[in-house]
Ligand binder design. Structure first.
Ligand code: ADP
Length: 254
């Protein structure tokens, strides 16, 4: 049986095709989210990669911020359930999932069988999300993909005290003009994001194994800063950004 999961996020669309809920036949990502060409494109590319027609897919489940507007789906499910399920598929020993996406951050606690126990989410404020890091990268004139590497070169991270994304932007500009290095400022930004997101993990009652999902988990600097804040090791599976789509494809098997 072939199933498809499509995760339509605020900034990226992801699609996965699974065979019998076990083998990944296709994984595609288009860096364009809900309301763009992203969802239709990622869907088409996933079918092409697996070399199958829509009629061969038993069920398509959509998840993510834009899941309600995806006509090709048979069913839609919340991203919280899908991220939990997808992360258990990628690292079975996970009990706490920290997901940082483009527009929100969440901490999920799973029970001993890998089922969702409860979760806490921040979708009210840009600080502690991928959007915040993207805004900071623009101010610093660096690529968001390079921020992890830049922070690793930092000798003396600056402290970013503003908890509001708009004020933090002004603070970064003033740090730049007072001669702080880009590396130290990026490292400071990572600490500020980690402080915000680790608060969610503390409130959810995090326990090992902790793992991160979402596109921001690809930033090693963020992961390291989170490890420092939580004082524990954090796993990041290779397919961290595909976790929601994998979870949706698994639910599509049921
Ligand atoms: P959403 O589902 O909300 O669209 P994702 O989980 O797909 O979010 O993550 C998107 C975020 O991940 C964006 O803010 C993007 O800048 C960030 N991101 C993607 N790839 C990388 C990377 N290689 N390094 C750092 N950040 C990344």
């Amino acid at each position: 049986m072939l199933t498809m999961g499509v995760d339509i996020g605020s900034t990226a669309s992801k699609a996965v095709i699974l065979e019998d809920g076990k083998r990944i036949m296709a994984r595609q990502l288009v860096a364009a989210g809900t309301g763009t060409r992203g969802p239709a494109e990622v869907y088409k590319k996933a079918l092409e990669e697996a070399g199958v027609e829509r009629s061969q897919i038993t069920r398509v489940v959509a998840t993510g911020y834009g899941r309600l507007n995806f006509a090709q789906a048979d069913r839609e499910l919340s991203e919280v359930s899908c991220h939990g399920k997808g992360m258990v598929f990628l690292c079975p020993q996970v009990r706490t999932v920290i997901d940082i996406g483009g527009q929100d951050a969440k901490a999920l606690l799973l029970d001993d069988w890998g089922y969702l126990d409860h979760f806490i989410m921040n979708d009210k404020c840009a600080a502690g999300t991928g959007r915040f890091l993207e805004a900071m990268s623009r101010v610093l004139d660096v690529q968001v993909e390079d921020m992890g590497m830049l922070s690793e070169r930092s000798q003396n991270p600056v402290s970013i005290s503003s908890t509001c994304a708009v004020f933090a932007e002004s603070e970064v500009i003033s740090r730049l003009s007072s001669g702080e290095t880009v590396e130290d400022i990026v490292a400071g930004i990572h600490v500020s994001v980690a402080k915000k997101v680790s608060g969610l993990a503390v409130r959810v009652g995090y326990r090992p194994q902790v793992a991160m999902s979402g596109g921001v988990a690809k930033n090693r600097g963020i992961v390291r800063a989170m490890e420092q804040e939580l004082q524990c090791e954090i796993l990041v599976p290779e397919d961290c950004q595909m976790a929601g789509a994998i979870g949706a494809a698994l639910f599509a098997c049921q």
